[in-house]
Design a protein around this ligand. Structure first.
Ligand code: PMP
Length: 368
């Protein structure tokens, strides 16, 4: 067998780009001081770090004071939702999210509801995995405090139009709008004009793990979850992992256009010809969820013998034996599905993948 790796699990994480590995190694050699130190090494690092913050701000068209670096999207989601709610503990109030969010959003809203007494409504996606305006209309109230709707769903790749949702919210309430844009950044256009807060991780597009960002417009007030020093505008105390964030800012701009080469249509044709069912037809060009007649963990194992790596439900839910959040609301059994996700790939690799999926199914004596 050749040693080539066929990596189709970028929605879970990506290999850092060679430029990022280079940059990381160079920075590690030279920069080890604390970025808050007031000696010249600290000041030098702090300048590089602030440049990275500006790069991220420019990319999204926001101010540099609106960028809060975190350990990842999970932390950014927690900071956005809890940090916001902790400012409203006195009167509590009404919140809205969707029933197919990533666990770092969904479980946080559940906690706000069950432990802290907020009232939460959970919007249901339609059969394409899209949150329709009609659904939002049913629940949005004049006194709603916060709405959170993800841009791209991490399991089926379906996507929501943030502009339409945020326009409606701003017109009909005074609620703030947060979006988990983790699977959207550098895959589809992200327009944050009317979005108050947005979260993502850099490792989803060639950056390093343990590094992410909350974009928080200056009009929103949050309570910090980690108290201590005044790093990140006083919203996230602790010595900064600046090397990872500087690498993240670079990955953001390196990634541009690589995803245009996804060959998703080619993959879909081959899957169709092989009789393999796709869970949702409406998805971005980088993520597709397919049904398999054998358990997803068995399929994943069998494929990994050929150095093919695919995902199953949200990787963060793998330890949870239940169906996934998205599976429950979209009526499919995630334990019989695999997620194929990629940034750029070629036809040969896609053919290899589909042939091996067919072979594994054949080996189990199953006719499609
Ligand atoms: N939100 C979404 C939509 C995701 O796909 C992920 C990663 N699985 C996260 C949040 C969490 O990202 P991280 O694990 O980097 O904190």
């Amino acid at each position: 067998m050749n040693n080539k790796i066929y990596y189709f699990d970028v929605a879970s994480s990506t290999k850092p780009y060679p430029e990022i590995i280079d940059l990381n190694n160079k920075l590690l050699e030279k920069y080890y001081a604390n970025s808050e130190a007031i000696h010249s090494l600290g000041i030098e690092i702090s300048k590089l770090y602030e440049k990275a913050r500006q790069k991220v701000a420019d990319f999204f068209g926001v101010k540099n004071s609106e960028i809060i670096f975190t350990s990842g999207a999970s932390e950014a989601n927690n900071l956005a939702i809890k940090g916001f709610c902790f400012n409203h503990l006195k009167n509590k109030g009404h919140l809205i999210t969707t029933s197919y969010e990533h666990p770092s959003v969904l479980n946080t809203f559940k906690q706000m509801e069950e432990l802290f007494g907020f009232e939460v409504d959970y919007l249901k996606p339609n059969q394409d995995g899209v949150i329709e305006l009609e659904e939002l209309k049913k629940y949005l109230r004049k006194d709603t405090l916060l709405v959170s709707v993800m841009q791209v769903n991490n399991e089926i790749g379906s996507y929501n139009d943030l502009k339409i949702i945020s326009n409606y919210i701003k017109k009909h309430s005074s609620a703030y709008f947060h979006s988990d844009i983790t699977q959207a950044v550098n895959k589809i256009e992200v327009n944050l004009d009317d979005v108050d807060m947005a979260s993502f991780s850099f490792h989803k597009f060639g950056g390093l793990k343990g590094s992410g960002c909350l974009i928080k417009k200056n009009r929103v007030n949050l309570v910090p979850l980690i108290n201590g020093g005044l790093q990140e505008n006083g919203l996230r105390a602790g010595t900064v992992n600046y090397i990872a964030h500087i690498c993240g800012a670079k990955a953001l701009t390196l990634n541009n256009n690589r995803h245009n080469n996804s060959n998703m249509e080619y993959l879909k044709n081959l899957l169709f010809q092989a009789g393999i069912e796709v869970v949702s037809q409406k998805h971005i060009d980088n993520i597709i969820l397919i049904k398999t007649p054998i358990k997803s963990e068995v399929m994943q194992n069998a494929l990994s013998k050929y150095n093919i790596y695919v995902g199953s439900k949200s990787t963060c839910s793998n330890k949870n034996k239940d169906n996934s959040n998205t599976g429950k609301v979209m009526n499919y059994d995630a334990s019989y599905c695999i997620r194929i996700s990629f940034i750029e790939t070629n036809k040969e690799d896609i053919e290899f993948l589909v042939n091996k999926i067919k072979e594994v199914i054949d080996n189990y004596g199953i006719k499609l």
